[in-house]
Design a protein around this ligand. Structure first.
Ligand code: ADP
Ligand code: MG
Length: 632
């Protein structure tokens, strides 16, 4: 029988498993049991519409058997089984499995991926040198044997099997100096693994366990009982899904263990939400806010969703209709006996119950996040670092439709403290005289704090939000008005900070120098809309200020997107600090040396761009200009 080759991705994955230095090899049992449980779910499901395929409910089971002489562990289920095509597709390829595609060639990356994801069937190769799968699909007369020793391929042959379901025999690897595989044949070890990873599996996981018990009626002469070894068929799991238990009966640690095993995370969740909801639809929810974004979170491969159960039977692995995009990081389980089992994916979307549950989940997540924000700001900050960008996109997307849900979940750095603050806290701390919510944008909060115009606002006694995510300004734009206050970018137009006298003085100074400013603007070849004095630059000599709705920073971000080149030059003004010595220098040059004024203007413009986080358009020219200045 010719060997078939694994698909490339699968081979990589297999290779990784076989040569794995990953220490957590024990998870292989969890993977096989979870597959067995899925398979029984599928059979049960099918039997709802075709009762000839089903079994009496209490007969569904997963069995584990150990043969120490043959060095094998066997996992058997009476689930849906597989046809030869299924075997090809499911065990010959990995691409469609939950584990996603394994693109990385870096061994270390791969190892952390093992930790993060369900690695599935192939994980059995971490402990086995050979695997034999015998399976018969429901409704089929033929059974098949799939057999493989790893990377060099697999064979599929026909066979016979009495009943539907799958049997997987793992031939354990030989023990090596620093790796023991025999331990997995130990009954206590297996019982421990099942308690740890698979306790909530709804079908009994059975195993024959040897125990000794006193022989009845046979007491020795000194009345010590005689013992005999008997084999007991035990159910190793408690079968109660953790979400069916009362929240007060479940410890933090149990939640964390469940979360890590069920959602393949190496870290405990930041927050657990466990509630029984009553009302028009009754259901249990067990939701988790992860501590970190999974590695593919910001890629298009990431799929949001909540596991949907109907009375303990999983009907969907990722029900995306239950989660709004902005809370797509939440993982968890929803279980409702009100949902009919044989509901199809299409009808699910329009399903009244699903809509109701989705609404209450959204509410619950929001209120729990607000609670965390209030009770433990440090924890909330770490949450926000991981998922804040998603919330900001949420505010901005759909034309700001969701801003009411999300705006109070946002937190920002500001000039007033090292901590993050909410918009509500900002507004509550505003002095009477302050009309707008000020913000500054730069690559880092520190740089934003140093912007000339930030300083001017701070000097006035106002707090400034320090933004550095591309999405920030767009999100604020979508909020538009918060608590009756508008938002003002410190670099945009008139900050309206000065007194009437100051305003008059500025106006006069500007009027006196219109000719000079025209000359300077000409020197810049129309790159700026205007050149003028400003009285709100604090100690700083120059700055750029934007003239229109689009700030310099928004322009920078927009211009990076294809088709948006027209934004590359937002309408900007070059501002000279009226109170800086520089203004006198410029006036003198305008009177005495117009060429030099042009030279100075170009250099000042480049400086102002750089301070605003914009690129210098022509660094070579700038360097030449500065040299010219030095050698004059
Ligand atoms: P996943 O469970 O994430 O889909 P696995 O690698 O664990 O990935 O399994 C791959 C596929 O093989 C499963 O989706 C399922 O279709 C099939 N499979 C694995 N084990 C069994 C089993 N015991 N019975 C029926 N099908 C199975
Ligand atoms: Mg699996």
């Amino acid at each position: 029988m010719a060997k078939k080759q694994f698909k490339t991705e699968s081979r990589k994955m297999l290779d990784m498993m076989i040569n794995s230095v990953y220490t957590n090899k024990e998870i292989f049992l969890r993977e096989l049991i979870s597959n067995a449980s899925d398979a029984i779910d599928k059979r049960y499901f099918r039997s709802l519409t075709d009762s000839s395929l089903g079994l009496p409910r209490e007969e569904y089971a997963i069995t584990i058997a150990v043969d120490k002489d043959a060095r094998t562990i066997t996992v058997t289920d009476n689930g849906c089984g597989m046809t030869d095509k299924d075997l090809e597709q499911n065990l010959g390829t990995i691409a469609h499995s939950d584990s996603g595609e394994f693109k990385s060639d870096n061994k270390n990356d791969n190892i952390s991926i093992i930790g993060q994801f369900g690695v599935g069937f192939y994980s059995a190769f971490m402990v086995s040198s050979r695997i034999v799968v015998t399976t018969r699909a429901i409704g089929s007369d033929v059974a098949y044997i799939w057999e493989s020793e790893g990377v060099d391929g697999y064979t599929i042959t026909e066979t016979e099997k009495d009943s539907f379901g799958t049997e997987i025999v793992m031939y354990l690897k030989e023990d090596a100096e620093n790796e023991t595989y025999s331990e997995f044949m130990d009954a206590y070890r297996i019982q421990g693994l099942i308690k740890k990873y698979s306790d909530y599996i709804r079908y009994p996981i059975r195993m024959d366990v040897e125990t000794s018990r006193p022989v009845e009626g046979k007491e020795g002469e000194d009345s010590t009982p005689e013992y005999e070894t008997v084999v007991e068929n035990r159910t190793l799991n408690s079968m109660v899904p953790i979400w069916h238990r009362k929240a007060s009966d479940v410890s933090e640690e149990e939640y964390a263990d469940f979360y890590k095993a069920h959602f393949y995370d190496t870290q405990s969740p930041l927050r657990t939400i466990h509630a029984r909801m009553e009302g028009s639809v009754e259901y249990e929810m067990l939701l988790f806010v992860p501590a970190n974004a999974p590695y593919d979170y910001y890629s298009k491969d990431y799929v949001k969703g909540i596991q949907l159960y109907s009375d303990g039977v999983m009907i969907m692995e990722k029900c995306s209709d239950l989660l709004p995009d902005y809370f797509n990081f939440v993982r968890g389980v929803v279980d409702s006996s009100d949902l009919t089992l044989n509901i199809s994916r299409e009808t699910l979307q329009q399903n009244y119950q699903v809509k109701t549950i989705a609404k209450s989940i959204e509410k619950k997540i929001k209120s729990e996040l607000l609670k965390m924000q209030k009770e433990d700001r440090e924890k909330y900050e770490s949450f926000f670092k991981a998922f804040g960008a998603q919330l900001k996109y949420g505010v901005y997307s759909d034309y700001g439709t969701h801003k009411d849900v999300l705006q109070d979940l946002l937190v920002f750095r500001s000039t007033s403290s090292d901590r993050y603050i909410t918009l509500k806290e900002y507004v509550e701390a505003m002095p009477e005289s302050q009309k707008s919510i000020y913000y500054a944008f730069a690559d880092t909060p520190e740089l934003a704090a140093q912007l000339p115009r930030t300083q001017a606002v701070v000097d006035k006694g106002y707090d400034v939000l320090l933004l550095c995510d591309d999405i920030d300004e767009f999100a604020l734009g979508a909020i538009n008005i918060y608590s009756e206050k508008g938002f003002k970018n410190v670099t945009a137009g008139d900050l309206d900070l000065s007194t009437d006298e100051e305003k008059d003085a500025l106006k006069q100074a500007n009027e006196e120098c219109t000719d000079m400013f025209t000359a300077m603007q000409e020197a810049l070849d129309g790159k700026v809309k205007a050149v003028r004095f400003s009285s709100s630059l604090g100690e700083h000599p120059v700055s750029l200020s934007s003239e229109g709705y689009i700030s310099a920073e928004m322009a920078r971000i927009l211009s990076k997107m294809p088709g948006n080149e027209m934004f590359a030059n937002a309408e900007m003004a070059l501002e000279i600090n009226m109170n800086h010595k520089l203004s006198d220098t410029l006036k003198k040059l305008f009177a005495e040396d117009k060429d030099k004024l042009a030279l100075y203007t170009k250099i000042l413009y480049a400086q102002a761009r750089q301070i605003s986080g914009l690129e210098i358009e022509n660094p070579v020219e700038l360097s030449n200009l500065i040299c010219q200045l030095m050698t004059d």
